[in-house]
Design a binder for this molecule. Structure first.
Ligand SMILES: Nc1ncnc2c1ncn2[C@@H]1O[C@H](COP(=O)(O)OP(=O)(O)O)[C@@H](O)[C@H]1O
Ligand SMILES: [Mg+2]
Length: 231
């Protein structure tokens, strides 16, 4: 599903160089619920940005579903993201003036191959799935943090992406709401066979992941199935 080869990202700020990713090689399989863990500054967000085509690596290769993403033009990347990828941000990133329904429908509306009925139906389906269909006419600020994050997951899921990325989606949530969000990811993974790549630095989240890749200083230091972290 995703092949990552020798991925390196160097940020240059004046004369200072930060090697945020340093030769990451990794394969991610279809249907996996993968956790990327590591301390703050270890390169987790940078890796997810590269995989989500939100930023470009300094060197290395990313192949998603047979496509070497480096060969895509900016427009093709936008289309690739819209059709194949879903992205959940730490701070929800909902549009404040749009209702829940409008926020969730947005990525579906942007697709050129969907009729209004089709994207409306897709939005209703996913809102029902996350248990917030009755809040469809609310504005984001009228919802709790946990509910807002579930709406942002619905938005990321509305186009049925091949891969769902989530960068510390529970960072702004209390334990109870974090569990609701993690349970939702688990359900999406198990019932819809959704491939999920989630970043976290909370140790207890590891129980949810099938596989955990640990980063340190931009390098993979371990890769293993839940908890064991063996290589
Ligand atoms: N846009 C940027 N410009 C310069 N340095 C950056 C930028 N983004 C991240 N970094 C640096 O790259 C390293 C990895 O950051 P990041 O990927 O955000 O780590 P994590 O998500 O694991 O906390 C850090 O040292 C960080 O300061
Ligand atoms: Mg981060």
């Amino acid at each position: 599903m995703i092949e990552i080869q020798d991925l390196t990202k160097i940020y240059r700020m004046g004369s200072v160089e930060v090697r945020a990713l340093d030769g990451v090689t990794l394969d991610i399989g279809k249907g996996e619920f993968l956790g990327i863990m590591g301390a703050s500054g270890s390169g987790k967000t940078t890796l997810l940005h590269m995989l989500g085509l939100l930023d470009e690596p300094t060197s290395g290769r990313i192949v998603i579903d047979g496509t070497d993403v480096d060969t895509l033009t900016d427009y093709e990347k936008t289309m690739f993201r819209l059709y194949k990828l879903g992205y959940v941000f730490q701070d929800f990133a909902l549009v404040p003036d749009l209702t829940v329904m409008e926020n969730v429908s947005l990525p579906a509306m942007l697709r050129k191959d969907r009729t209004e009925e089709q994207y409306h139906e897709a939005s209703i389906d996913i809102l029902r799935k996350i248990g917030l269909l009755d809040r469809q006419d609310h504005l984001p600020r009228e919802l709790s943090g946990g509910q807002q994050q579930r709406v942002s997951i619905a938005r990321a899921m509305v186009n049925r992406p091949d891969i769902l990325f989530a960068d510390e989606p529970c960072a702004n949530l209390d334990t109870e709401n974090s569990r609701l969000v993690l349970d939702l990811f688990r359900e999406i993974n198990e019932e819809m066979h959704q491939t999920i790549v989630m970043v976290s630095h909370e140790d207890w989240h590891k129980d949810y992941f099938h596989r955990i890749v640990r980063l340190k200083d931009g390098k993979v230091i371990s890769d293993g199935t839940s908890g064991s972290s063996i290589r």
